[in-house]
Design a binder for this molecule. Structure first.
Ligand code: NAP
Ligand code: MG
Length: 479
C-alpha cells in the first residue's frame, strides 16, 4: 500500500485536493514505488496566488530587521528538522547519506542564516543621495518560485530566503520528484509562525500548473531554476504580463587545467566534482581541458580515480555515488554514453551498463571519455549524469577558446601553479562563477549564468536584489 501525500500549504492552512490526480514517487535506489502525491489543481494554485497577494501589503511594509526576526525563527525550525530533511533528500533523490547531510542540508541552512546579516546591511543602507533625492528599495511583489530536483533544498532556500527578506510573498512550486523536502520546509514555515499567505506551497506538475503561475496577472516575478528549455518557455509565457523573470539554467562548465606539478590533485578534484550527486549538478565541470603535454597522464589518473569511487545504496558507508534520480534520467544518461561511443570518443572508465549487484536501482558507474573534441554532442549538451569529457588543448588561448565555445556560461574552474595565471584564466572564461585551484563552494558568492545559463544572480547580498525594486523619491529640497 503506497503512502498517500495530499498536502498543500496555502494561507497558513494545510489543504487537500478532493479526487486528485496522483503522482507516484519511486525510490531511485531500488526502483520501487513507495508513495503517491496529490497534484494541485488550478483552483488551489489560484487560491495560493490570492493568499500571497493579500499578505503582500503587510509583509512588505515591515522593515528588513522585522522580517529577519521571522526568518531567524524559520531557520531555527529548519535546523530542528535537519534529520528529516536529510532523510527526505536521501529517499527522493538517492543522495548518499554523508553528502545529503553536508551538502544538501547543512550548506543551504548556512546560506539561509547569512540572510540575517544581509538584513542588517539593507536596513542600514544610506540611500539619501543628495538633499532632494532619496532611493528606497522595495519588494518586487508576489513571486512564483519554481525549483528543480537536483539540489532540492538548496534551490528552494536560494529563492525563498532572499524573497522573504526583500518583503515578497511567495508561491513555491518544487519539482514533482522532490516534494518531501518542500513539505518539510512548509512545516518549518508553519511552525515559525510566518503570517498566513506569506509562504505558500503547491505540489504538482510543472506542465499542468506552471503556466498558471507564469501567466497570472497577480504574480510580479517568476524565479525559475531548471533546464534552459523550460526557462525559455517560462520567459515567453511571462512576457504578456511583463513579469520580472529570473532564470538559473543549465551548464556545460569547463575545468581548465594549465600545466601543473599537481596534476593528480587537480584531475582527482575534477573527477569528484562531476561524479558528486551522480553528476546531477548544474555547475558540474563536465569538460576537463588539459594541456596536450599532460593529456595522456591526466586521462590515466581520471580513469583510475573514477574506477576507485564507490557506487552504492545511499545509506551505505563509503558510497560516493548513489543512483540517478529516475528511470528517465538514467535512460537519458545511458543514451548520451551511447552517443559518445558513436561519435568516436574513447571510453576509459564506466559505461552505460547497469551496475552489477545493485538490483533495479538507477545506478551508473563514473564514466570518463577521452579523445573528445568540443564539437561532439557529449561536449556541447548537458548530460546531467556521471560523465566526464576530457579534451586536449594546445595553449592558453586555445583553452579559453574551447572553454567559451559553448551556449552555456554557468560556472568553471581553473587550475594553475601561479596565482597570476589563475586570475588571468578566471577572467577569460565567460561564466558567472569561477573557482581557482581547490577552492570550495562559497555560500555567499552570487550565483548565476552568462549566455543561455540564465540571467540574474542568486545568493549573497546580490541575490536579494532579484526581489527588490528601486524607487526614486525626489523632493522639493530646502526653500
Ligand atoms: P526542469 O525539467 O526544467 O524542471 C524544473 C522545474 O520546472 C520543475 O519544478 C518542473 O516541474 C517545472 N516545470 C516543468 N514544466 C514547466 C512549465 N511549463 N512551466 C513552469 N514550470 C515548469 O529541470 P529539472 O529536470 O528539474 O532539473 C534539471 C535542470 O535544472 C538541468 O538543466 C540543470 O542544469 C538545471 N539546474 C540549474 C541550476 C542553476 O542554478 N543554474 C541549478 C540546478 C539545476 P515538474 O518537476 O513538475 O516537471
Ligand atoms: Mg525535468
Amino acid at each position: 500500500m503506497l503512502q498517500r501525500i495530499n498536502a498543500h500549504y496555502v494561507n497558513g492552512q494545510w489543504r487537500t485536493i478532493a479526487a486528485p490526480d496522483w503522482h507516484t514517487l519511486v525510490n531511485p535506489a531500488d526502483g520501487e514505488a513507495y508513495a503517491c502525491v496529490a497534484r494541485a489543481d488550478a483552483g488551489l494554485v489560484n487560491d495560493a496566488v490570492s493568499a500571497a497577494s493579500h499578505a503582500f501589503p503587510a509583509w512588505s511594509a515591515l522593515s528588513f530587521s522585522q522580517r529577519a526576526e521571522y526568518l531567524a525563527a524559520f531557520i531555527q525550525q529548519l535546523q530542528q528538522r535537519r534529520d528529516e530533511l536529510v532523510e527526505a533528500v536521501v529517499s527522493e533523490l538517492g543522495a548518499p547519506l554523508w553528502f545529503a547531510r553536508e551538502v544538501h542540508v547543512d550548506d543551504p541552512l548556512d546560506a539561509f542564516a547569512k540572510h540575517l546579516d544581509y538584513a542588517k546591511v539593507l536596513q542600514n543602507e544610506q540611500l539619501q543621495l543628495d538633499a532632494r533625492l532619496k532611493l528606497r528599495k522595495e519588494a518586487v511583489g508576489v513571486c512564483a518560485l519554481i525549483t528543480p530536483w537536483n539540489y532540492p533544498l538548496h534551490q528552494i532556500i536560494a529563492k525563498l530566503a532572499p524573497a522573504l527578506l526583500a518583503g515578497c510573498t511567495v508561491v513555491l512550486k518544487p519539482a514533482e520528484l522532490t516534494p518531501k523536502t518542500a513539505l518539510c520546509v512548509a512545516m518549518a514555515a508553519d511552525a515559525a509562525g510566518l503570517p498566513p499567505g506569506v509562504f505558500n506551497l503547491v505540489l504538482g506538475s510543472g506542465s499542468q500548473i506552471g503556466d498558471i503561475l507564469s501567466t497570472h496577472a497577480d504574480i510580479d516575478c517568476v524565479s525559475f531554476t531548471g533546464s534552459t528549455e523550460i526557462g525559455r518557455h517560462i520567459q515567453q509565457q511571462a512576457a504578456a504580463t511583463v513579469k520580472r523573470v529570473c532564470l538559473e539554467l543549465g551548464g556545460k562548465s569547463a575545468f581548465l587545467i594549465s600545466p601543473t606539478e599537481q596534476l593528480s590533485a587537480a584531475v582527482k578534484l575534477g573527477v569528484e566534482d562531476v561524479m558528486a550527486n551522480s553528476g546531477q549538478t548544474c555547475t558540474a565541470l563536465s569538460r576537463m581541458l588539459v594541456h596536450h603535454s599532460q593529456y595522456a597522464e591526466a586521462v590515466a589518473i581520471a580513469a583510475a580515480h573514477a574506477n576507485s569511487l564507490t557506487v552504492g545504496e545511499p545509506h551505505q558507508d563509503g558510497v560516493f555515488l548513489g543512483p540517478l534520480i529516475s528511470a528517465a534520467q538514467y535512460q537519458s544518461v545511458q543514451r548520451y554514453i551511447d552517443i559518445g561511443l558513436t561519435e568516436g570518443a574513447e571510453l576509459v572508465a564506466g559505461g552505460a551498463e547497469p551496475v552489477a549487484g545493485l538490483g533495479a536501482g538507477y545506478y551508473l558507474r563514473p564514466t570518463v571519455f577521452a579523445n573528445v573534441h568540443n564539437q561532439m554532442q557529449i561536449a556541447r549538451e548537458e548530460i546531467f549524469g556521471p560523465v566526464l569529457c576530457i579534451l586536449p588543448y594546445q595553449d592558453e588561448a586555445d583553452a579559453l577558446r574551447i572553454a567559451n565555445d559553448s551556449p552555456y556560461g554557468l560556472s568553471g574552474r581553473v587550475w594553475a601553479d601561479d596565482a597570476a595565471t589563475a586570475q588571468q584564466l578566471a577572467a577569460g572564461i565567460r561564466a558567472g562563477l569561477i573557482f581557482i585551484n581547490a577552492a570550495p563552494w562559497h555560500n555567499a558568492a552570487p550565483f548565476g549564468g552568462y549566455k543561455q545559463s540564465g540571467n540574474g544572480r542568486e545568493l549573497g547580498l546580490k541575490g536579494v536584489e532579484e526581489y527588490l525594486e528601486l524607487k526614486a523619491i525626489v523632493d522639493e529640497g530646502a526653500a
